[in-house]
Design a protein around this ligand. Structure first.
Ligand SMILES: Nc1ncnc2c1ncn2[C@@H]1O[C@H](COP(=O)(O)OP(=O)(O)O)[C@@H](O)[C@H]1O
Ligand SMILES: [Mg+2]
Length: 216
């Protein structure tokens, strides 16, 4: 589903990411590990279509995403790629349920149906009591569970998570980590998660360690 073929990034004569080849089939969860500065976030940005690699190719579901125009790449990302970041990126102007409904609205559902589905998703992740709250009133663990749920409900087949548990305490890190992996498996998503945390790595199907830059 996700194929990164020799994907590398250089800028100003520096190697930000030494070339990486990675294959992630549907339903498979890969943990990208490595020290800070090794290029984990840079790799995810290349996979998500946010940062053009200086070399190599990114294929998602057979599509070479960097061969698309910028507009088509953005549309492809909206349709295919769920993303989770270190800090949950819920919109403060919206309630929790409205935040979760957004992907459904983008996909063309009417408001009533989108809100009903959002409430069902929140119930699935034990957050239905939070539906009418504003994101800033949630704990970081609750906010990250909502962000994970939202990322998993798109019609897409791919989930990219950049250190999604790094801001959480141990108990919440494990809860969010398990939720991510369970949702990805249940939905048959191809998932790449970056993490420093061996306990999160242990939840995944495979570890892909990125070595410190080789200084090419
Ligand atoms: N926008 C940027 N411009 C220049 N260098 C950057 C930029 N973003 C990240 N870097 C550098 O790229 C390298 C890899 O960073 P990053 O992918 O964030 O690593 P990680 O996520 O593994 O901590 C680091 O040396 C970092 O300083
Ligand atoms: Mg990073």
């Amino acid at each position: 589903m996700i194929h990164a073929l020799g994907v590398g990034v250089r800028a100003g004569g520096e190697v930000l990411l030494a070339p990486v080849t990675l294959h992630v089939p549907a339903g498979h969860v890969v943990a990208v590990s490595g020290p800070s500065g090794s290029g984990k976030s840079t790799l995810l940005k290349c996979l998500a279509g946010h940062l053009r690699p200086s070399e190599g190719e990114v294929r998602i579901g057979g599509q070479d995403i960097w061969a698309l125009s910028e507009g088509r790449r953005a549309a492809f990302r909206r349709a295919q790629v769920g993303q989770v970041f270190q800090e949950s990126d819920l919109l403060e102007e919206l309630t929790v349920a409205e935040n979760v409904a957004l992907p459904f609205l983008f996909n063309g559902l009417g408001r009533t149906e989108a809100m009903e589905r959002a409430e069902a998703v929140l119930a699935d992740v034990d957050c239905h009591r939070l539906a009418d709250r504003r994101p800033s009133t949630l704990s970081v663990g609750q906010a990250q569970r909502v962000a994970v749920a939202r990322a998993c409900i798109t019609q897409g087949r791919v989930l990219l998570a950049d250190e999604p548990t790094a801001s959480l305490d141990r108990a919440n890190a494990m809860r969010v980590g398990r939720l991510l992996v369970e949702l990805a498996r249940a939905r048959g998503l191809a998932m790449v998660v970056t993490t420093h945390d061996p306990a999160v790595v242990a939840l995944c199907d495979q570890e892909f360690p990125i070595m410190v830059r080789s200084g090419l």
